[in-house]
Design a protein around this ligand. Structure first.
Ligand code: FAQ
Length: 311
């Protein structure tokens, strides 16, 4: 039976078709998906924190309403992705436990501080921009529930990216001080946003297998390159400078050459020693504790309801 399952699985992958939760799949495929999808869900949840920091200080009622809606979208993406991951046989409680215990990863980018309002613009433009570049190909991931989740999430991310661009554009049309605020934010978020795509291809242990399984469709460096190609013309429209003196169009490669990325910084952040790792984890644990009575009340209510039906 396992041999038949494996053959069917291999055929599905070869035919660029999709694997559904009830289909047989190799254990390593399941584990890889649980790892990537739960990390992705965790990123959406932790990713609410840097922006939540500015909800109370948004410069107008309109900006505040927009930012609140964006952060709520992120909560929705997190829940949607946790549900998709549950189809692989892990529970929501287990994933939460792994995150709270510091055993599960979340994206490096959310360990940086948001020090000015312009950071809301830079996050939307650069962080959501990188997220879209990475996630559009994931709409075609071989695991169907992940691909389906990505379709909806990408639509909302595009909206978020426009929102960030528009914040930066407003600042760039403002006073010299406002322009400086926007440029500073771009300077701080540019390199970390390039690191979101993961380590370089020659140092990416999971890539080859994930690409063979058609979970990943492009390599980390390919997507990073595509992202920079997307940013350059948009930076021109904004009138901001990308903080890489070595950034140059390479006619031969038909792509931009980039200056060196500081992988030491990336590894420090992944090891838990980034500027805000401790703060983000502490806040997540507090929120989990603060929500305990709600979960308990909901469980008690559900038990009482099911008791009634039985009686
Ligand atoms: N941060 O072998 P690879 C968002 C880890 S967008 C932390 O290349 P893989 C939207 C990696 O897990 C952000 N860890 O791994 C939003 C692995 O460690 P492991 C979330 C990283 O999986 C916007 C090790 O390094 N998006 O949330 C990072 O093939 C604004 C070796 O790496 C996703 O998660 C990193 N940047 O490729 C929300 C997208 N990069 O697990 C709020 C889905 C690598 O073996 C506000 N994920 N690592 O212990 C992916 O596409 C992939 O998992 C990659 C990494 C590309 C991130």
């Amino acid at each position: 039976e396992e041999a038949a399952g494996r053959e069917r699985f291999d055929d599905l992958i070869a035919a660029d078709s999709r694997v559904e939760p009830r289909d047989w799949m190799p254990d390593d495929y399941r584990r890889t998906l649980i790892r990537q999808m739960s990390q992705h869900a965790n990123s959406e949840i932790i990713g609410m924190q840097p922006e939540a920091n500015w909800i109370t200080r948004a410069p107008s009622l309109k900006r505040k309403a927009i930012l609140m809606a964006k952060v709520q979208d992120e909560a929705g993406h997190g829940l949607y992705l946790y549900s998709a991951t549950q189809t692989l046989g892990i529970t929501r409680d287990e994933m939460t436990e792994q995150l709270i215990a510091g055993k599960a990863r979340y994206s490096s980018i959310f360990n940086y501080p948001t020090v000015s309002w312009a950071d809301m613009g830079a996050i939307g433009w650069l962080v959501d921009g990188a997220a879209i570049c990475n996630q559009v190909p994931l709409c075609r991931a071989s695991y169907a529930p992940y691909g389906r989740a990505m379709v909806r999430i990408c639509k909302e991310e595009s909206f978020h990216q426009r929102q960030g661009f528009e914040i930066l554009l407003s600042l760039m049309r403002g006073t010299t001080a406002q322009q400086q605020l926007a440029q500073d934010a771009v300077n701080r978020w540019y390199w970390p946003s390039l690191m979101m795509f993961g380590p370089p291809d020659d140092d990416s242990p999971n890539s080859a297998r994930s690409m063979a399984w058609k979970i990943k469709r492009f390599s980390n460096d390919e997507l990073r390159q595509r992202f920079v190609g997307m940013l350059v013309p948009q930076a021109e429209v904004l009138g901001v400078t990308l903080p890489d003196p070595d950034l140059r169009w390479n006619e031969e490669r038909q792509a931009y050459d980039l200056g060196p990325i500081d992988w030491t910084e990336f590894n420090e952040v992944l090891s838990g020693r980034g500027p805000c790792n401790a703060q983000r984890m502490q806040r997540r644990r507090e929120a989990h504790e603060d929500g305990r009575w709600v979960r308990e009340a909901a469980a008690a209510y559900a038990a009482k309801q099911s008791g009634r039906v039985a009686a």
